[in-house]
Design a protein around this ligand. Structure first.
Ligand code: SF4
Ligand code: FES
Length: 366
C-alpha cells in the first residue's frame, strides 16, 4: 500500500514528506534560508539534537486536524512533521529574536579567537554569529577557560571553544569500540574530556574532528599549517578496507595538508548507498601524499563559502570581443587623447589648473 505523505508549509512553501520526518529535515528539502541552522543535530548520529536550540521554529498551526499554534517555539530537529502543519522560520520575528538570544548565550564562553583558530572559514558558530549575532556582548563576568589537552596523537581538545553539542561523544559511542571520553561534571563546570587524560586511539576517532561544529577538536597534523581558504580542496578516493575511502584532500601546491571526510551542503558527511561516509584514521592521518590517492577533481563548494574564493569548478572566462569589433586589431593601450578627441584642448594642462576641471576650463581656452 502506498504510504500517505504529510503536507507541511514552511515559510509559505509547501512540500510533502514521509511521516516521521523532522521539521528540520523537511526544511532542508526546501533548502536555502528556509532550513534552520543546526549546531548539535547531525543526521548520522543517533540521539543528536535538542541541545543547542539554534534550530528553533514557530509552529503556526500544529496539523490539519488540530490547527492550533504551539504555545512556544520548538526545536525543529526534534519535532516531527504533522499533516497540514504550518511552520515559520525566517518569516517569524519571534524565531529571529530567539536565535539572536541563543547565539548570545553560545558566545558567553566561546572565545572570539577566530583570527588564530584553525576552524575559521568553516566554523558553524562563526557563520551563525555573522547571521544572527549582535555586535556586542552584555556579559560582564569571567569566562570559563581550560588548558588545551592532547587526546591521543592526532587530536587536540581546546575545551574553551566547546559549545557542548555532544556530537563528538555520539561519534565515540556509535563509531568506535570503546568510548573513553564524554561530558564530565554538570552545569557551568561541564566539560568534554577523557577519564584522566586517556588517549583516544581507535580507527574512527578522527571523525570527531569533522563533526565538531567549532574549533574545539582539531587535527594535530594540520593545526596552524594554513588558513583553510588558502588551500585547494580536491575530492579523491583510494581502496581502503576499513572505510569508504572517499575523502577531500586539502592541498597547498602538491602538499596534502589535511584529509577530511566529504561534506554535504549541511556540513555533514556525505551518504553513499544510504550509509554515512565516515573515514578511518589511516586515510585521514597516514595518507598525506598525492600519490596515495586517485584525485577526482575540485570539491564542489558553495560560491558563497570563503573557501571557494577564486576556485570555481568549470569556470569559463567570457570571450574577449575587442579583436572582433576592431577587425582583428588589438587595442592601443597608450593613446594621445588629442589625436582622437576635440574635447580636450591641447592648451589645457589639467595638472596645472587650480582645482578640478569644469566646462569653463575649456571655454576660456577657446
Ligand atoms: S568538542 Fe566539539 S563536538 Fe565535542 S561537544 Fe564540544 S563542540 Fe561539540
Ligand atoms: S540543532 Fe536542534 S537543538 Fe541543536
Amino acid at each position: 500500500m502506498e504510504q500517505k505523505l504529510f503536507k507541511i508549509t514552511i515559510d509559505n512553501i509547501t512540500i510533502e514528506v514521509e511521516p516521521g520526518t523532522t521539521v528540520l529535515q523537511a526544511a532542508r528539502k526546501i533548502g536555502g534560508d528556509v532550513a534552520p541552522p543546526a549546531m548539535c543535530y547531525y543526521t548520522h548520529l543517533k540521539g543528536s539534537g535538542g541541545k543547542c536550540r539554534t534550530c528553533l521554529i514557530e509552529v503556526a498551526a500544529g496539523s490539519a486536524a488540530d490547527p492550533r499554534p504551539m504555545p512556544k517555539l520548538v526545536a525543529s530537529c526534534r519535532t516531527n512533521v504533522m499533516d497540514g502543519m504550518v511552520v515559520k522560520n525566517i518569516t517569524s520575528e519571534k524565531v529571529l529574536e530567539a536565535r539572536a538570544g541563543v547565539v548570545e548565550f553560545l558566545l558567553i564562553n566561546h572565545p572570539l579567537d577566530c583570527p588564530i583558530c584553525d576552524q575559521a572559514g568553516e566554523c558553524d558558530l562563526q557563520d551563525l554569529s555573522y547571521e544572527h549575532g549582535t555586535e556586542g556582548t552584555r556579559y560582564e563576568f569571567k569566562r570559563r577557560t581550560f588548558d588545551k589537552e592532547d587526546i591521543g596523537p592526532y587530536i587536540q581538545l581546546h575545551m574553551t571553544r566547546c559549545i557542548l553539542c555532544y556530537r563528538c561523544t555520539y561519534v565515540a559511542d556509535q563509531l568506535t569500540d570503546h568510548r573513553v571520553h564524554g561530558v564530565l561534571d554538570r552545569g557551568d563546570h561541564s566539560e568534554i574530556s577523557t577519564y584522566i587524560s586517556k588517549a583516544i586511539d581507535n580507527d574512527f576517532s578522527g571523525n570527531m574532528i569533522d563533526v565538531c561544529p567549532v574549533g574545539a577538536l582539531t587535527d594535530r597534523t594540520f593545526r596552524f599549517k594554513n588558513r583553510v581558504w588558502f588551500t585547494k580542496p580536491m575530492d579523491a578516493h583510494r581502496n581502503c578496507d576499513k572505510c569508504c575511502g572517499k575523502v577531500t584532500l586539502w592541498l597547498r601546491g602538491d602538499d596534502v595538508l589535511r584529509v577530511t571526510a566529504r561534506k554535504d551542503p549541511w556540513g555533514e558527511v556525505q551518504t553513499y548507498d544510504g550509509k554515512p561516509g565516515w573515514i578511518c584514521n589511516d586515510c585521514r592521518f597516514h595518507k598525506k601524499h598525492k600519490y596515495d590517492w586517485e584525485i577526482e577533481g575540485l570539491m564542489n563548494m558553495s560560491r558563497h563559502s570563503v573557501i571557494g574564493q577564486g576556485k570555481y569548478p568549470g569556470l569559463k572566462m567570457p570571450k574577449e570581443t575587442i579583436g572582433d569589433v576592431m577587425g582583428g586589431k588589438q587595442p592601443n593601450l597608450l593613446m594621445d587623447i588629442h589625436k582622437i578627441s576635440d574635447v580636450n584642448e591641447p592648451g589645457v594642462d589639467l595638472s596645472k589648473i587650480p582645482g578640478p576641471a569644469t566646462s569653463n576650463t575649456f571655454e576660456n581656452n577657446q
